[in-house]
Design a protein around this ligand. Structure first.
Ligand SMILES: Cc1ncc(COP(=O)(O)O)c(C=O)c1O
Length: 444
């Protein structure tokens, strides 16, 4: 495309976006007022960066099954799925009952409870590489704890991480690391780069405590790791005595035993979060007995892990019922097959309309992209705030679909196939109407 055509293209998208934004503002006065009020007491008006988007985020007032309703009374099909945590949808009778029962039995019990034991046993059965585990309050904490255990066990300082990977609020490894990341000494490599990462590991191995990797890059655009890449990481870490940590906070929902079971690779440690808490604050980290023994202070372990709410009865009760009775292995396989179908349908739309539109991911966790290059690592992604992403989000809102600005889609159990067919129909209509201003597929 020559420069003049590209500029026309960009300004046409900007014009459409300005129009969509005006409509959004007019339709959402209560969300806007809440946002303005919140900005006085919370920087940016919120406590979770992921939930912010311009011109202001919708305030969600309530939810039912797979639908949410905002403060101004609009109802949406929820495809945000709480950024992968919302496997159970907005209402789930067995979980709600478990929480009522837990409340009835008393809060702040000040001791151990049976639910944490049952949940720990269930997790260890489903994910056999987790011989032992400990609970905490978030995926972010889980990654931090696992990294600290690895550093203690190996007596080495560094972590090898991948550009663009998100490991929670304390460990975000974008092109430039935000100031809130823990200042661990790092070695950085490129996701899915087999020879480059192997060389980096061989050059720095004796200083590296752990390789920390998401088996599918989740927040970084739903880019699956190749089997070759994960296999190389397993071989090289074993060879150099490095702890291989799979961050499965997001990906453990993709198969009954997590992505490690899909790929047939056993990491030394695994971190969990999100759906395992049944909708409540949750984190867990675990791995081989050999590594986890450092937390057993009865037998000389030096790591004494704290956390008032680590075994809180609401998360333990909801998580146990959610994983045992609701997100059973069968339900997990069903939901992820639904996601695979949706991804294929979205990709077919991009191809049939010759647009640079595609969806990546695995199972029920997807991300749309506005380029037709093969997405293997995050430097290929357009920014979350690119006008083409923002326009899609605002237009989908106006059609009754709650979607994330960065294009992430997370399915939940109450969704019906017909709900997703309706969504695909709306995306088809959107792509056809805006074809002239959307990125074209590269000529073949
Ligand atoms: C791979 C990964 N690790 C860690 C985290 C942090 O989990 P939490 O938000 O529960 O702290 C996330 C959250 O999105 C994640 O996707």
């Amino acid at each position: 495309m020559n420069t003049a055509v590209r500029l026309d293209h960009a300004s046409a998208i900007d014009t459409a976006l300005a129009h969509a934004e005006q409509q959004f503002i007019a339709a959402n006065p209560l969300s806007q007022a809440r946002h303005q009020r919140a900005c006085h007491v919370m920087p940016g008006g919120h406590s979770r960066q992921t939930l912010f988007y311009a011109p202001f985020p919708l305030t969600i007032a309530s939810g039912d099954a797979a639908r949410v309703t905002d403060l101004d009374g609009h109802q949406y099909l929820n495809l945000v799925g709480d950024y992968a945590a919302g496997v159970f949808g907005q209402t789930c009778a067995p979980i709600q009952q478990a929480v009522r029962d837990a409340l009835q039995a008393g809060i702040s019990l000040s001791g151990l409870n049976t639910k944490e034991l049952e949940l720990a046993e269930l997790i260890s059965r489903r994910i056999p590489s987790i011989e032992q585990l400990r609970f905490c309050n978030s995926g972010s904490e889980a990654v931090l704890f696992a990294s600290l255990v690895a550093r203690h066990a190996t007596k080495r300082p560094k972590l090898l991480v991948f550009n663009g990977c998100y490991h929670g609020g304390f460990m975000i490894y974008g092109p430039s690391d935000p100031g809130l990341s823990v200042p661990f000494p790092l070695v950085k490599a490129t996701y899915n780069d087999v020879p480059g990462t192997r060389a980096t590991l061989r050059a720095n191995g004796t200083d590296i405590a752990a390789v920390l990797v998401e088996p599918m890059m989740g927040s970084g655009g739903c880019i699956p790791a190749s089997a070759e890449f994960l296999t190389m990481l397993r071989e090289e870490t074993r060879r150099a005595g490095i702890v291989l940590i799979f961050d499965e906070v997001m990906t453990s929902r993709l198969a009954p035993g997590g992505v490690q079971s899909l790929r047939g690779i056993q990491p030394d440690m695994t971190t969990l979060g999100k759906f395992w808490g049944g909708g409540f604050a949750f984190g867990a980290f675990g791995g081989s007995r050999e590594l986890m023994r450092h937390l057993d202070t009865r037998s000389g372990g030096l790591l004494s892990q704290g956390g008032t709410f680590n075994n809180n009865i609401l998360a333990m009760s909801a998580g146990l019922v959610g994983a045992r009775d609701v997100y059973t292995p069968e339900a997990c396989v069903w939901l992820n097959a639904l996601g695979d179908k949706l991804r294929e349908q979205l990709n077919a739309l991009g191809r049939s309309l010759s647009l640079g539109f595609q969806a990546t991911g695995l199972g029920g966790v997807l991300n749309t992209h506005w380029r037709d290059v093969s997405m293997t690592e995050p430097s290929l992604l357009e920014p979350a705030t690119a006008p083409v992403r923002r326009l899609f989000q605002l237009e989908m809102f106006s059609r009754g679909y709650y979607v994330a600005q960065r294009g992430m889609i997370n399915l939940s159990l109450p969704l019906q196939e017909s709900d997703l067919d309706g969504f695909v129909g709306q995306v088809r209509d959107y792509l056809s109407r805006h074809a002239a201003i959307l990125p074209r597929a590269q000529s073949k």
